[in-house]
Design a protein around this ligand. Sequence first.
Ligand SMILES: [Zn+2]
Length: 429
Amino acid sequence: MFRELTAFQGKKDHFELLCFKCKAKYEIDDYGKFYHCSKCGSLLEVVKTSNYSSGTKKRPEVWKYIDLIPLWDEKNIVSLSEGWTSLVECRNLAGILGLKSLYVKFEGLNPTGSFKDRGMTVGVSKAVEQGYKNTMCASTGNTSASLSAYSSRAGIRCIVLVPKGKIALGKIAQAIAYGAEIYQVEGNFDDSLRIASEICEKDNRILLLNSLNPFRLEGQKTVAFEITEQLGGKVPDYVVIPVGNGGNISAIWKGFRELFEDGVEGIAGKHSSEHLPKMVGIQAEGAAPIARAFKAGRKDIDPVRDPHTEASAINIGSPVSWIKSLAAIYDSGGSSDYVSDEEIFAAQKLLASKEGLFVEPASAAPIAYIWKLARAGKGDVYEDMKGLTVVSICTGNGLKDPNALLKGVTPDQLKTISADAKSLEKILA
Ligand SMILES: [Zn+2]
């Protein structure tokens, strides 16, 4: 099943597969035979050792950055034209929050409605390149929607584990539509991921595509390149991100580091910026092991045994990429905090009603956090942030989870009128 990929040595020589913690080196094409470092048990990471240039024509999406992505042969690309999502300047909201400059990177505009598509286009292309016929993931919803879409496009089987009763209706509808094999686990997300990991570690015919898969993060890092291009070659000062499993914040930080440590053709040269953004990771109060670790100044986490938040995309108590996400927060000089569900839903409405951006609840967590700081009107992070450029990553589309919002609708917001103009005229007068 593992394909002989030696023909592509030229590009391969520019990448390595290393342990994130102890830096043990592994054969990059063997990924999938194992998921963790055999020496220390930590996560693996793809590291670009030098710049590669294929000289091929650049596409207008994630694959625009193909030279920075460890896929050996272009013909294995499985794409839905993901990436190049809008970076929306939010002047109304900046005014309300007391910021000079606020942008929303609206990742809900990706083909399946979330940032996961950036990672899945790479993860599934890599699965095709290595000859896999089966993919699997555990999911709070967005991952399953994305993996099932890309797997169906690739013509390979997709097995999805979701926590029963804990995923948004729109997301499960997507996985059903894309034709995934879905199993509802009587447990939470962490239980689902534990089962998926056990199965994939035993059965080498199935590739696990959760965010511990380092190839997925190689796709997700492209958001850093895009933001910089969209800001005319400037890096933002702050990037505020919802954190569930911790993969995305580490991927975006990796992207910014690659951009300014090595330079990326057409965006920025080596050392062209003296500073990198501060990465701020926001969690929901009932599922905040990373934020709590940061607040206590710790380098490890206490998993939350029974996580609970209505923001289902970040309802994760035992984040698999905690080590990478804490590193991103500390190394960037960033921060981490949590917000309540009430604050999340208020921020979701604020973003939609003031800027026309309807995001899923988890995606509103960064705005909820900045709003919390603005209301307090003080604190080092807020004082620093006020005069700078802040980008909030809004990871998923609001249409995926309308139920959460509709629960709070009052009859006053949905009035009924009789079928003649007069009755409406009366109300509007
Ligand atoms: Zn190791």
